[in-house]
Design a protein around this ligand. Structure first.
Ligand code: HEC
Length: 202
């Protein structure tokens, strides 16, 4: 009996320490974070695009967390500065990702602002990067004889256009690209507080 009580107390204590370290402390650290001045809230089209990003599993291959220059050459790869908690203010839930089969996308809107490029790349990544392992997303597009007036024709390299047809983007492809283009965390973040700079414990 005594052992059972000890076991239970031990389990509860371990669980309590884990919750404090992994839930309570991080919550206290980030609860008062404000959005940086340069960060705009997502528009409704961008938010729809974000849902399409999640639904299609883009985050299984792409992170949204460039690392600090002392850890990795992410900045030199053109992926942008290290992110801070405020950069994710409007991301609920955040899409940090944990696997980089493809490049980090936190600043893809800066690196590649072209709607045409993104649409073409989603339709057929190999049209732009011959040995790309990224899947194509043909169901976000329609192959037709002729486009309607209000439809966006995807400007692909000629040999990737089915002959005699046009490829038009469905609204989900356009929303997804609007979301990708909104990924821009290139505004400056505040420098460290000068009063504390140089203190030993920093
Ligand atoms: C199986 C892994 C995989 C999945 C899933 C995936 N990608 Fe990719 N992605 C890649 C790879 C590899 C590259 C690099 C080659 C290329 O540009 O095609 C890439 C490149 C990109 C680029 C260009 C990045 C740059 O810096 O030039 C964008 C934008 C992109 N992916 C968006 C997406 C979106 C949006 C989705 C979801 C609809 C997605 N990817 C799903 C693997 C993936």
């Amino acid at each position: 009996m005594e052992n059972e009580a000890k076991l239970t107390a031990g389990a509860i204590t371990t669980f309590g320490i884990a919750v404090a370290a992994l839930v309570v402390l991080p919550y206290i650290q980030v609860r008062d974070i404000q959005p940086p001045e340069g960060l705009k809230p997502y528009t409704s089209a961008e938010l729809r695009g974000r849902e399409i990003y999640v639904a299609n599993g883009c985050l299984y291959c792409h992170t949204q967390q460039p690392r600090d220059r002392s850890f990795a050459p992410d900045f030199d790869r053109g992926w942008g500065r290290v992110t801070t908690p405020g950069d994710y203010y409007y991301d609920k839930p955040h899409l940090l990702g944990s696997m980089r089969t493809g490049p980090d996308l936190m600043n893809i809107g800066v690196r590649q602002p072209s709607m045409d490029w993104h649409l073409g790349h989603l339709y057929q990544p190999r049209a732009y990067v011959p040995d790309s392992t990224m899947p194509s997303y043909p169901y976000m597009f329609e192959v037709k004889d002729q486009a309607e007036d209000d439809e966006i024709i995807v400007k692909l390299p000629p040999k990737f256009v089915p002959s005699g047809k046009v490829v038009v983007a469905r609204p989900e492809a356009v929303d997804l690209v609007k979301y990708l283009r909104s990924l821009d965390r290139s505004y400056p973040i505040l420098p460290p507080d000068p009063q504390n700079a140089g203190k030993k414990d920093r």
